[in-house]
Design a protein around this ligand. Structure first.
Ligand SMILES: [Zn+2]
Length: 145
């Protein structure tokens, strides 16, 4: 786990049933209205019994695993947390339910990586623009490097 006092977040690595691991980033608690987007609270939310990523308290589709362990050939014990309302739960779920949870986590990871790449590209474009302006105004000289 790492902590960054400037950005007020920390990262925790979670091992998935597939053997892969993901990093979960914890941020400071959001502003009360910060997580009220339609994508987080769909009008027709899926079943909370079958879709482990949906919080039974606040209906946010942000629930993620803290721990999970195989307890038989067909069942997993999964500890989950909702970052929106701090709900936590430990329960046993069938393999197919856990597989769907894993797929949903993969989709979420892909979305975060795509957004991160867009953000990095936007930041690089801004840096290049600023550097070009500095070169054009003779604010950067060879001895600066
Ligand atoms: Zn919740």
């Amino acid at each position: 786990m790492s902590q960054d006092p400037d950005h007020r977040h920390h990262v925790r690595r979670v091992l998935l049933p597939s053997g892969r691991s993901i990093e979960v980033v914890y941020f400071d608690p959001p502003e009360p209205d910060a997580l009220s987007g339609a994508e987080l609270f769909p009008a027709d939310p899926p079943s909370v019994d079958e879709d482990l990523h949906v919080c039974p308290e606040c209906r946010a589709g942000l629930v993620y695993p803290l721990e999970w362990a195989e307890c038989s050939h067909t069942q997993w014990e999964v500890e989950r947390r909702c970052p929106n309302c701090e709900w936590q739960h430990v329960g046993r779920f069938d393999q197919d339910v856990v597989d769907r949870f894993d797929d949903e986590l993969d989709r979420g990871t892909a979305t975060v990586v795509r957004d991160l790449n867009r953000l990095m590209r936007a930041n690089m474009e801004e840096d290049i623009e600023r550097f070009t302006l500095a070169l054009d105004s003779d604010a950067v000289w060879p001895m600066d490097f």
